[in-house]
Design a protein around this ligand. Structure first.
Ligand code: F6R
Length: 599
């Protein structure tokens, strides 16, 4: 993962630009950070463990430079230490890198034979060594980069500074993204446009195996055979995104609260009438739907599977992107594969997509961020309108994903006649009224806080449910564990008695939802089973249960197309308030990153 920035300017101090750029890229990782810049004609490197703020504090405020590179890291090879932080330097070459050099052991052994020695545990230091080796051999940077790209296996976006060539930055890429922003007095290289939009809206993107030489006068882009290529300049159009925390303590809470608008914004183009709904792609021409995603996006896929299969009789399989590439997926032209991703840059999802594309099978993307690798590769892309999701734990992107997926199910059912017109109109009206359905749930702070007070000291928490409620419990458990660090797992309620129930003891906390008329009585029986073993139960339901042995959170009645939204909001807020009581770093939980750009 990691975020990289490089900047060069005629007359501006680039150090604040590098720091601002890194702060905007912290969603890609934030365990250590570093910067290399030209000072008195020498490259000076400052690194630290921790977030970009710490690096900023370490930098002398009066320091000025007009060329430099910087990095925010999510550790892959080697612990999150200052020593392993980037930039890495080998003699003449200093680099920052996003990606993984898969054959770094082999490269290292080659270099060790050439009497090279290394001080860190990173694959990036080996990459710096290899670039230095070729630099000393060829003394020609075009040959160096070409040879490097020929020899190295893996993914990389690299920005290079060279001791004897301090007027230029060089950048190269394979599989990890690079943009180059252009302005009259500054050129900026970065992992994505968020790092450059404060300074320019004009930029180039590089394709795999392309590289560029960037200086104050020019940006020269080459293909892998060292031919100069002409590329179109792209223009970034600012979305109306409010990136401030407003009066909220955390982005996560703000984003949860925003769901009353973001769900509506996402479905708005399709809910005015049946005619608007029919603007969505026709999935009835496929025999089967496959859905691929990671984490929360995968959970959104599971909700869609349930709805497709139960309500439209359409077969649907959901796959974890990290597994997809390494299994037999029985693909054919009659299967539509849907790729769900908030960021559009998740490496596992991209790899799975490339696999499907390599066979020329149909693809559809459900993506939140514009101009991403996934949105550019899929045949058709539907955008969720969740706006910038800044908190690492995904909330509003998830409800936007399940909303658009619900509409895809609805239109499929209308087209294949498994859902009648009245039902379609009823669901469209529910979406039109979504604000009134979700606002009362968002406002039940005291309920969630009182549950949080009961669970925040626990070590293990169980989430159980059946059918759709099981899939929602997976997302509920993920939310809790990722931000509160409490071990929480979800289980199909009926499966507990086949093993897991042995873990239930007096006061074990069990969270559940029962919102399926067909299955509720069974779920309640399973809850009684854990109650009999001493569990303390919290139940989200749209039924009118009167059972004071459970703590009940009532949600409004709604169709199956809306229910998932209403169940997940209490789960999200219970997770939030539990983490708040634990005092964790809610927006940037340990070990995580917003965009997972390594496999
Ligand atoms: C959990 C979370 C992650 C992401 C996953 C996929 O809150 O945010 O599980 O959902 O890393 O990310 P995207 O959707 O960007 O592909």
């Amino acid at each position: 993962m990691c975020g990289i920035v490089g900047a060069i300017s005629k007359d501006r101090n680039i150090l604040p630009i590098l720091i601002t750029g890194l702060k905007n890229l912290e969603y890609r990782g934030y365990d250590s950070a570093g910067v290399a810049y030209l000072k008195n004609n020498k490259i000076n490197i400052i690194k630290t463990r921790g977030k970009v703020n710490k690096l900023e504090n370490k930098l002398n405020k009066n320091e000025i430079s007009n060329i430099g590179i910087a990095h925010t890291r999510w550790a892959t090879h080697g612990k999150a230490t200052s020593n392993n932080a980037h930039p890495h330097r080998y003699k003449h070459i200093t680099i920052v890198h996003n990606g993984i050099i898969e054959n770094y052991e082999e490269m290292k052994n080659t270099l060790l034979k050439e009497k090279y020695s290394f001080k860190t545990d990173t694959d990036t230091e080996i990459a710096a060594g290899l670039l230095n080796y070729y630099y000393e051999k060829f003394n020609d940077i075009n040959k160096v980069i070409k040879e490097f790209m020929n020899k190295v296996i893996g993914s990389y976006a690299i920005v290079i500074m060279i001791d004897n060539d301090v007027d230029n930055l060089y950048c190269l890429k394979k599989e990890s993204p690079i943009v180059i922003g252009i302005n009259d007095n500054i050129n900026i290289i970065a992992s994505d446009i968020r790092a450059i939009t404060k300074y320019t809206d004009k930029y180039y993107t590089l394709n795999d195996y392309e590289y560029a030489k960037v200086n104050i006068n020019d940006i020269i882009i080459y293909d892998k055979d060292n031919n100069i290529i002409k590329k179109d300049i792209k223009e970034y159009k600012e979305e109306n995104n409010n990136n401030s925390k407003g009066h909220y303590k955390h982005y996560m809470l703000k984003e949860i609260m925003e769901q009353k608008e973001t769900i509506y914004n996402t479905v708005k183009p399709y809910i005015n009438s049946i005619g608007s709904l029919l603007k969505l792609p026709d999935l009835t021409k496929y025999k089967e739907i496959s859905i691929v995603g990671c984490g929360t996006a995968y959970h959104a896929g599971l909700v869609a599977k349930y709805l497709f299969e139960e309500l439209t009789n359409t077969r649907c399989n959901v796959y974890l992107a990290s597994e997809y590439r390494y299994q037999n997926n029985f693909l054919s032209k009659d299967t539509l594969t849907i790729f769900i991703s908030q960021s559009g840059e998740t490496a596992d999802t991209i790899s799975a997509l490339k696999l499907v594309k390599s066979k020329n099978y149909p693809t559809l993307g459900i993506i939140n961020v514009k101009e991403t690798t996934i949105s550019s590769l899929v045949d058709t892309c539907l955008y969720t309108k969740a706006g910038n999701e800044i908190a690492v734990a995904s909330t509003k992107a998830y409800t936007a994903q399940i909303s658009i997926l619900s509409l895809l199910v609805l239109v499929t059912g209308y087209r294949n006649k498994t859902i009648n017109e009245n039902k379609v109109l009823e669901v469209l009206n529910e979406f039109k009224d979504i604000d009134n359905l979700v606002t009362p749930l968002l406002n039940k702070k005291n309920t969630y806080l009182s549950i949080a007070k009961k669970i925040y000291k626990e070590k293990d928490i169980f989430y159980i449910g059946r059918g759709l409620d099981y899939y929602l419990s997976m997302e509920g458990a993920l939310k809790l564990k990722e931000i509160s660090y409490i071990h929480s797992e979800s289980y199909a309620a009926g499966e507990l008695k086949h093993g897991t129930i042995s873990l239930i003891e007096k006061n074990t906390k069990v969270l559940s939802s029962a919102t399926n008329t067909k299955l509720n009585s069974k779920t309640i029986s399973n809850l009684k089973e854990v109650l009999a073993r001493g569990a303390d139960i919290y139940l989200i339901t749209d039924e009118n249960y009167k059972d004071d042995t459970f703590t009940i959170i009532n949600i409004p009645k709604a169709s199956y197309f809306i229910k998932p939204i209403l169940v997940i909001i209490p789960y999200q807020l219970i997770a939030y308030y539990t983490a708040l009581l634990k005092g964790t770093n809610i927006d940037k939980p340990k070990n995580l990153a917003k965009s997972v750009t390594v496999e």
